[in-house]
Design a protein around this ligand. Structure first.
Ligand code: ZN
Length: 176
């Protein structure tokens, strides 16, 4: 039996409940939601050190228009990092709204971001604020490291273009 967490720290189950209620809030007009099975798992650490991640079989490409779910997978797996559970409940809720949006929006495209702002979800897996969600990273040995963050995608792109021209030997990427 796992020991029960201290009262100020959410359990994986509680975070999962926040995810399910976020899904019901965001996709409340979509009957499709009731046909989906959700699973969750708490992990010590996730890829790229993100705080949470939503996975599904790649045979379906989820689609949405605003808050209407047009196509979705039958099953989704929510991965929750232990690091996220250390954060205040409000932050966990914001991240869960973000993950709930991925049920219908596979990427952080414009539609996704518009909905994240509308429902109070985080814009990226990493940031909490809506301030500078666009990160530019440069390859440093075998890993990418964040060198600068931006408010808009356009600013981040301009920066990458300029850096790439000045340092053609370097390898840059943008994440958000
Ligand atoms: Zn995301």
């Amino acid at each position: 039996m796992p020991t029960s967490p201290p009262s100020d720290r959410l359990s994986g189950e509680e975070a999962f409940e926040l995810f399910l209620s976020a899904a019901k809030m965001v996709w409340r007009h979509s009957k499709l939601l009731t046909q989906i099975t959700f699973h969750y798992e708490v992990k010590p650490m996730l890829d790229r050190d993100v705080r949470a991640q939503l996975l599904w079989k790649k045979d379906v490409r989820p689609r949405a228009s605003e808050d209407a779910l047009l196509d979705a997978a039958k099953e989704y797996w929510l991965l929750i990092s232990e690091r996220l559970l250390e954060e205040p409940k409000d932050v966990v809720r914001q991240v869960m709204i973000h993950e709930a949006l991925h049920i219908g929006y596979p990427s952080h495209n414009k539609g996704f971001r518009r909905m994240a702002v509308k429902y109070g979800g985080t814009l990226t897996e990493k940031s909490t604020g809506k301030d500078e969600p666009f990160e530019v990273q440069r390859k440093d040995g075998s890993r990418y490291k964040t060198i600068k963050t931006f408010e808009t995608e356009r600013d981040a792109k301009h920066f990458v273009e300029k850096e790439q021209k000045e340092h053609p030997e370097d390898d840059y990427r943008m994440i958000f």
